[in-house]
Design a protein around this ligand. Structure first.
Ligand SMILES: NC(=O)c1ccc[n+]([C@@H]2O[C@H](COP(=O)([O-])OP(=O)(O)OC[C@H]3O[C@@H](n4cnc5c(N)ncnc54)[C@H](OP(=O)(O)O)[C@@H]3O)[C@@H](O)[C@H]2O)c1
Length: 315
């Protein structure tokens, strides 16, 4: 075979592999986003157990998860800082679903040790089928890490975004293991999948979620426990207050509903369809584009956001 013919064969083979992989990716996207649930695949939420726990449940994505789990027939435990807000959300859920029990636990996840004794005592009394580790906070948006003035906020974000997830899993896993059944959803962020200078500590906490959650999933799969890692892009909540609901930044109800539809179909997901496309291209960009170019792209994005904010102020 001549060199030219060999090169042609290799070219066709590469094209065939690329076409097959693209076809698989598109089919997988359509199946996990739309078709799977229509065909009755995935996890039946109500069959997981009588109770679901949601952390960060008084606002945004967590509140939407709690409302939708109640609508699916699960009793819910709402965990957040503020007792009055917890009561308000509990009343809202009970008024919509009178047969559902709602329990509230007021704890501040920026604290490290004592709150977990309370959580363990309260949660061990219940049969927990679903745990959603949703709570998260953001500090230093658009700032250099060294310029963050409040030292305590560095401890707070690590406790809130990392420790809470690890400790909540550690509290709930023994009872799920005993029953050989359960679902854990860990909420990360698209920021874990890309360079995030000017969002360094937040991105790093979410990278922990990715690593922890995926390894835990492999560890407990044979015990009948599903662990899903969810990486949202922008969702129109208080945390992303500059975003209005749209296809790029869905309303939290839309986001939570889309994510719950992927349970049992995808172990790592971005939940909502436009975010899945973003996650796919982010993973692809990490493979093809040199890291320093991605980093400078992110820095440019933050510079533009800062400029836009300054222009708005000066108007
Ligand atoms: N929104 C986005 O664009 C976006 C994008 C990617 C990832 N995420 C992730 O999605 C998750 C939910 O975000 P969100 O946008 O829904 O946030 P959010 O609207 O700010 O809501 C946060 C919830 O967590 C509770 N909370 C905050 N700090 C707490 C603490 N120290 N202890 C206990 N509860 C606390 C808040 O309630 P109280 O104030 O009443 O305590 C509230 O219920 C987070 O993990 C976030 O990192 C969000």
């Amino acid at each position: 075979m001549s060199g030219c013919c060999l090169a042609e064969c290799v070219g066709w083979a590469a094209l065939a592999v690329f076409a097959a992989k693209s076809l698989y990716n598109v089919s997988h996207f359509i199946y996990t986003t739309f078709l799977g649930r229509l065909l009755g695949h995935g996890i039946d939420l109500a069959s997981c157990g009588p109770w679901a726990v949601v952390t960060g449940a008084t606002d945004g994505i967590g509140k939407s998860f709690a409302k939708q789990l109640a609508a699916a027939g699960l009793n819910v435990v709402l965990v957040s800082r503020n007792s009055a807000k917890l009561q308000k959300v509990a009343d809202e859920i009970k008024s919509e679903h009178s047969s559902i029990q709602v329990k509230t636990i007021a704890v501040d996840f920026t604290e490290s040790q004592k709150i977990y004794n309370t959580l363990r005592d309260e949660l061990n009394k219940l049969q927990i089928g679903i745990l959603i580790n949703n709570v998260g906070m953001l500090i230093g948006f658009g700032q250099r890490f060294g310029n963050i003035e409040d030292d305590k906020s560095i401890h707070d974000i690590i406790n809130c975004n990392i420790l809470s997830m690890a400790r909540m899993c550690h509290i709930i896993l023994p009872q799920m293991t005993k029953r050989k059944k359960g679902v854990i959803v860990n909420v990360g962020s698209l920021s874990s999948a890309m360079p995030t200078p000017y969002l360094t500590i937040y991105g790093a906490t979410k990278a922990f979620v990715e690593k922890f959650s995926r390894d835990l999933a492999a560890e407990v799969q044979s015990l009948g426990i599903t662990v899903q890692t969810v990486h949202p892009g922008y969702v129109a909540t208080n945390m992303a207050s500059h975003m209005k609901p749209s296809y790029i930044s869905p309303h939290p109800d839309t986001f939570a509903a889309a994510t719950l539809r992927t349970l049992g179909l995808e172990q790592r997901t971005a939940g909502y369809w436009t975010h899945k496309i973003q996650l796919y291209f982010t993973d692809l960009a990490n493979f093809f584009i040199p890291r320093h170019l991605l980093e400078s792209g992110v820095i440019k994005h933050f510079d533009e956001l800062k400029k836009a904010a300054q222009n708005k102020k000066s108007r």
